[in-house]
Design a protein around this ligand. Sequence first.
Ligand code: FDA
Length: 386
Amino acid sequence: MSTPDLLIVGSGLFGLTIAERAVAEHGARVTIIDRRPHVGGNAYSEADEQTGIEVHKYGAHLFHTSNERVWEYVNRFTEFTGYQHKVYTTHQGEVFPMPINLGTVNQFFRSAHTPEQARALIAEQAGEFAGKDPENLNDKGISLIGRPLYEAFIKNYTGKQWQTDPKDLPASIISRLPVRYTYNNRYFSDTHEGLPAQGYTAWLERMADHPNIDVQLDTDYFDTSQPLNRDAVRGNLPVVYTGPMDRYFDFELGELGWRTIDLETEHLDVGDFQGTSVMNYADAETPFTRIIEPRHFHPERTHYPSDRTVIQREYSRFAESGDEPYYPINSGRDRERLLAYRRLADAEPRTLFGGRLGTYQYLDMHMAIGSALSMADNKLTDLLRA
Ligand code: FDA
């Protein structure tokens, strides 16, 4: 394809949505480049070679939204199953339903509290720090749900996620720890929820399936040996950039901090390892945070083997240079750097920054799509005209 009207760096849901809108609304010719060998960014999934079970390569992805526009939009590219996400957690050899609900409370305290009794119990336990401003995440957790539940279900899990004792983490990391005073243990409370019936990759590839969209994989924007690189393109072509913001500016103001995860995959000769898709491990002695068993994301699929399964153990840690950036740490220093990078980004000629990496924020899939639709509504016309 000759020089495109728009270059999109990154084929995640943000980049794909912009590409699709640019073609549908402006008739633009779009090139998407991605340094990975596949489209879809972190939402990408593939069939496990040994079992055929669809595995989410970069971690479990559950689609949910209350945004009607986003729901209508995504349904143009895929059907969704009726999957409803539920999470359980193992603590001291016992399995409890999550998020903390009346079932968790009654199982934990070996009680049969009514909603009102449970509410009174938690309020009393949460009163330990009454009148004091919590100094750290530990005190904040106790002041939100009381020491017993906090120490059982939150303290060590959070400690593993952050590789840090919650006493050394800022209270601001959590604003609330919801306790449900019903037995409802659906993980999400959005209006719409489900998984793409034919898998994530079919959905993501359909978004890019248009003669005006040219996708170039294994192509890094900073690789000066490929023609559509930053140095060649900067100021000369309209660009939507969804890679890491600090990388774009050669880290000139320092690196933004991220957490990442490691997934350890294992194949097992059993048809069902844990009976559910996600099992958290709340205790410090277990080094991983959770085990994902992807076959349970699609109970409707009959072609999965009945005598084999695949699991992913998930470990959480701080990202180092070269690791996949997953969750922004957002320390005070990160926020200062982000503001300074944003000023540079605002001054960048003909380049818009978007998506979770390009804006340094955690975005669920529906948020990434919603934010891309807003960018398409409000900024694409000017970008393409510039
Ligand atoms: P995304 O990261 O998907 O795409 C960016 C793309 O840019 C990547 O493909 C990357 O290779 C490419 N790129 C970067 N630098 C480049 C360069 N220099 N040159 C070329 N290409 C470059 N959401 C949800 O709704 N439900 C869920 O259950 C989960 N679960 C979840 C688990 C984990 C572990 C993570 C990290 C995230 C989730 N998410 C989620 C969030 C979801 O992954 C997120 O909303 C989307 O990835 C956002 O899409 P983006 O396009 O912004 O980024």
